[in-house]
Design a protein around this ligand. Structure first.
Ligand code: AMP
Ligand code: MG
Length: 491
């Protein structure tokens, strides 16, 4: 039933990874399995054998043809550099070619101590595993590039965090797990040859169009292309109020996917300074900082790739600097594109940025719920009958009252039918997001053995844009007693 492996990473030079067989677990139980994803990966879902699947997704049995490795990488964590991080509890079983012909990594996270574990236990608690499951799949359903969750298995073992918690293993699927930190691993060792080998692997795998470009410019274009995908990704995060929480360079994917769902959370009341992560005391990874941090991460990538840009170091620095400085424009374009769509605009006007920023300011002053504001604006595009419900989302509605006519005038200049505009907006402005308090409720219940709230959330988040009758309560922000202000890595 397991699709045939098309091994790639484990064929790279031996110092790119450490061979590693998952450590078996006591009493594995499959608690979540993503059938639609399994089908696209080429699993024979009709012949689904739960016992076999449980053994594969817990690491108790290796699927045929797997060549499991722990990948080496480095990374800047909260600005400080660690030259050797690597998969401390993850194992790449190998790559498979999905139904669309794309290569996909299959990785077990929480698979035991590897040569990179550095004092960690190599394991993952159930809560963070289910959290990653829910949030990554929600991101996918919203059309945002992301790693995905194929399965979650409880191990029958306890892991010690702030308290003892049930252990679990997540099967993660990604276009690849190559990170900015993977380049840094070799860059910081001044191993230019490995940087080139890695870059060539990345080009072949993720950016094959660059093979057309002559070699002396190819790698600089790779930097630019990675930066473009990342700019688009972060713009999409900003468009749904997503705060990643740990934008370390080892959590920044070369393929441009959202990766590593630790203390991530969705903003409710709009405040650009919002931070959830308990360990982010300085607010480094606050909502509004995400693009700036991304540019910083791209500068670190550029440093690691430097020898590929020019044999003359000074010249290489100049060329890299120019690309990284270009980030601001790449990001602004991507962000404007996202926000125009959210506001039902199909044409571009110079004043759009001002219009968007005025809305943000109205949301900030009015402490309005991010998700519901954009959703309700879709109703307002249909007719003014939607206005009262919109205003009700704002604690102070003076600014939004002033803003609405400006937006309507802007829409009028495009002359599109309001019904159609509203429909388009509803296709990009989700109604159902993984609200923090709902996620927490689902995880607490699961820790007690009740997976029903998890299942409800999972089903609901798979279809974020269509109204699901009877689920109004799930669209609402946390009440005063439910609000989550802090999220914990605890992973
Ligand atoms: P993360 O915070 O999940 O991005 O992980 C940062 C680094 O710590 C990576 O090298 C992980 O593999 C490692 N790590 C995180 N949790 C554990 C754990 N429980 N055991 C061993 N290594 C871990
Ligand atoms: Mg990580």
């Amino acid at each position: 039933m397991f699709p045939t492996f098309t091994l790639r990473y484990s064929k790279l030079p031996a110092h790119f990874f450490e061979p590693f067989t998952p450590v078996t677990v006591e009493k594995p139980e499959l608690v979540a399995f993503n059938r639609p994803l399994a089908e696209t990966l080429g699993f024979e879902v009709a012949a689904f054998d739960e016992r076999q699947a449980t053994d594969w997704f817990s690491g108790n049995d290796l699927p045929p043809g797997a060549d499991p490795v722990a990948q080496a990488y480095a990374g800047h964590q909260f600005g400080g550099f660690s030259p050797r991080l690597g998969d401390g509890r993850a194992v790449l079983l190998g790559e498979v070619t999905d139904r669309d012909g794309r290569l996909r990594d299959i990785q077990l996270k929480g698979a035991g101590c590897t040569p990179f574990s550095r004092g960690g236990d190599g394991r993952a608690p159930l809560g963070p595993v289910l959290r990653e499951y829910l949030v990554s799949e929600a991101m996918h359903a919203m059309g945002i590039p992301t790693t995905r969750a194929l399965a979650a298995v409880t191990t029958g073992e306890r892991v010690m965090r702030r308290m003892p918690e049930p252990g679990a293993v997540l099967t993660r699927v990604a276009s690849s797990h190559i990170r900015v930190g993977t380049f840094q691993y070799f860059g910081s060792r001044h191993d230019g040859e490995s940087v080139r080998t890695l870059a060539d692997h990345v080009i072949e795998r993720h950016y094959p169009e660059l093979l057309e470009i002559e070699e002396q410019n190819r790698y600089l274009n790779l930097l630019k292309a990675i930066q473009q995908r990342q700019a688009e990704l972060v713009a999409r995060w900003m468009g749904v109020g997503f705060i990643h929480g740990v934008m370390n360079t080892d959590n920044t994917s070369i393929a441009g996917e959202t990766i590593d769902f630790g203390p991530c959370a969705f903003m409710e009341r709009y405040d650009p300074k919002t931070v959830f992560s308990s360990i982010d005391t300085g607010g480094r990874y606050a909502y509004v900082n995400q693009p700036v941090i991304l540019q910083w991460n791209m500068a670190r990538l550029a440093e690691a790739m430097l020898p590929l840009f020019d044999s003359d170091e000074q010249r290489a620095i100049e060329r890299a600097t120019e690309v990284v400085q270009g980030f601001s424009e790449q990001y602004l374009d991507a962000w404007l594109g996202v926000m125009r769509q959210k506001l039902g605009l199909v044409q571009e006007e110079d004043s759009d940025q001002e219009l968007i920023e005025a809305l943000q300011e109205a949301m900030r002053v009015g402490r309005a719920d991010f998700t519901l504001t954009f959703r309700q604006l879709g109703e307002c595009a249909r007719s003014e009958a939607g206005d009262d419900a919109l205003l009700a989302l704002f604690e102070q509605d003076g600014d939004i009252r002033a803003w609405l006519p400006q937006w309507r005038a802007r829409l009028a200049r495009e002359g599109r039918d309001g019904e159609e505009v509203g429909r388009d907006m509803h296709k990009v402005n989700p109604l159902y997001i993984p609200r923090n308090h709902r996620v927490e409720q689902a995880l607490s219940a699961a820790a007690e053995g009740n997976f029903e709230p998890f299942e409800t959330l999972r089903e609901m988040l798979a279809d974020p844009f269509e109204v699901q009758p009877g689920r109004e309560a799930w669209t609402l922000p946390a009440g005063p007693d439910e609000a989550v202000f802090r999220t914990f890595c605890g992973t």
